[in-house]
Ligand binder design. Structure first.
Ligand code: 5GP
Ligand code: MN
Length: 319
């Protein structure tokens, strides 16, 4: 697919990504926004996202993100990035009403929801999919930085097993544009505020191991989030920290989103395919990082997840 050829003649172009946008989502949406704005100066181009974390405010175009959505608008071309249409949240209406729908993603759980689909589960980040689709002559420092941020977030700074030699070749080209990548990694990936660190400490301290220590779970309820005055964005990274624990094959982190409702994040190693577990409960993601929303008490949720995880641990042990 040639992005610019597909947008030829389009007067109104929209871009959006998934709810609770992460680094890859913000990076890919802004990289495409910058790329299209630069290449198609006469088109009216809009980018819609739920308000992203402030750490991403250095990415060019951040202040152009539309988080209020507003009334129904019709676009000639609408891009859904880093997700399928049903995870666009309020932007889904724009996507469904668009004349041409384009879906660019890397989630194994996405079977493609557009008129045109480029879904590459073999790539670590949606930003890598976009990089491959972009004309390299048009890339500049701002676009390169946006793509790079998406890549570091979804590959855990090139540590996770979704990192390939081609990931590093793409990143090598991107850093040649000369942005301050050590500072970006530090400030967008590793650095936490004091309150974020405190609530992480609490989640770690109150975590519970089960299935002989191969699984670990922790939960933060609404009351605790209010006490520390944090929002869900401040809980990023807790599940990764749980997964770092020696002997743990599968880590689960949950936070309360409503009455008897939890947002669930899972991380695993090669023993458990958490995308499968999440998909069973209506969510999705990648083999080693996935999520879903579940109803019930905390214990109901853990019991239900545990059945699926245990089954996989047993099956994989037999292989
Ligand atoms: P996280 O745990 O960091 O929120 O998400 C891990 C991965 O799973 C990400 O790729 C994210 O897009 C995906 N994911 C998380 N929650 C959901 C969900 O409710 N539905 C789907 N389809 N994917 C999810
Ligand atoms: Mn992604």
């Amino acid at each position: 697919m040639n992005i610019l050829a597909e947008c030829k003649g389009a007067k109104r172009i929209g871009i959006s990504g998934h709810v609770r946008p992460d680094g890859d989502c913000v990076g890919s949406c802004l990289a495409l926004y910058l790329y299209l704005t630069k290449s198609l100066p006469d088109a009216d181009i809009k980018v819609f996202l739920e308000k992203p974390a402030d750490i991403f405010s250095e990415i060019a175009g951040f202040d152009r993100i539309n988080s209020t959505f507003g009334e129904q608008e019709t676009f000639d071309v609408f891009f859904a990035l880093d997700c399928s249409g049903d995870r666009l949240g309020e932007a889904e209406a724009y996507f469904l009403a668009a004349t041409k729908k384009i879906n660019i993603d890397h989630h194994i759980s996405n079977s493609g929801c557009g008129d045109l689909n480029v879904v590459r589960p073999d790539l670590g980040a949606a930003c890598e999919v976009l990089y491959d689709l972009m004309d390299k002559e048009i890339l500049d420092k701002d676009i390169a930085m946006a793509l790079y941020i998406g890549m570091i977030h979804d590959t855990g700074v090139f540590q996770y097993s979704n990192t390939t030699p081609d990931t590093l070749k793409r990143a090598a080209h991107l850093i040649s544009f000369g942005f301050d990548f050590p500072r970006l990694i530090e400030e967008t990936f590793y650095q936490k505020t004091y309150l974020q660190t405190q609530i992480m400490g609490r989640a770690l301290m109150e975590s519970i191991r089960f299935l002989n220590g191969r699984c670990i779970v922790s939960v933060i309820d609404r009351k605790t989030m209010d006490f520390y005055n944090v929002t869900p964005k401040d809980l990023d990274g807790i599940v990764n920290q749980l997964r770092n624990i020696k002997g743990v094959n599968c880590a689960i982190f949950m936070y309360e989103t409503g009455v008897l409702e939890y947002k669930v994040s899972m991380r695993s190693d090669s023993c458990v395919d958490v995308a499968q577990v999440a998909a069973y409960f209506g969510g999705g993601g990648h083999m080693r990082a996935a999520g879903c929303t579940m109803k019930g008490t905390f214990h109901d949720c853990v019991n239900n997840l545990s059945l699926h995880i245990e089954k996989q641990l047993l099956e994989n042990a037999l292989r």
